[in-house]
Design a protein around this ligand. Structure first.
Ligand SMILES: [Zn+2]
Length: 157
């Protein structure tokens, strides 16, 4: 009987590795800020952000992410707090043509989580709201973009 001893040294998957690295939650979703025109595989709409799922792009509404708000990168501590407080979070990336790689733009988190993070950072409530308002409004404006309501003919599998 030669059962290998469990050393905990060789995580089987990326997820395991992340968990091992102390990032308790499931890995964040990655949302792309597309450079080109695109069409949602779910509703035939479009938008400023997309999520790839099974090789097909989905808009934030079809991906059930449209209740999240965008927090631009820049304040690492704030981002970390907001992400921790948010039950659902996504990393927003954009492809840099010059650098030929995806670059992190910020994160999507629940608005309540963002508020909480701002409060924990010692920002008074009204100021907290002021600080996130531009971000929130930008996202709302961008996501209001797919104005055409999808026809009933097309079914979402
Ligand atoms: Zn859609």
């Amino acid at each position: 009987m030669s059962k290998e001893p469990i050393t905990g040294r060789q995580p089987r998957s990326r997820l395991d590795r992340r968990v091992a690295a102390g990032q308790a939650k499931a890995p964040d979703l990655v949302v792309i800020e597309p450079l080109n025109q695109w069409t949602c595989a779910g509703c035939s709409g479009s938008g400023s952000l997309l999520l790839m799922e099974n090789g097909e792009p989905l808009c934030t509404a079809c991906a059930d992410l449209d209740h999240l708000v965008f927090l631009p990168a820049g304040d690492a501590a704030l981002s970390r707090r907001a992400r921790k407080a948010s039950r659902l979070a996504a990393v927003v990336v954009r492809f840099s043509r010059s650098r030929k790689r995806y670059e992190r733009q910020g994160i999507l988190v629940e608005e309540a989580a963002l508020q909480q993070a701002l409060l924990m950072a010692g920002v008074p409530r009204p100021a907290a709201r002021e600080q996130v308002r531009p971000a929130i409004e930008r996202v709302l404006a961008a996501w209001a973009a797919p104005a055409e309501t999808p026809g009933r003919g097309r079914s979402t599998r």
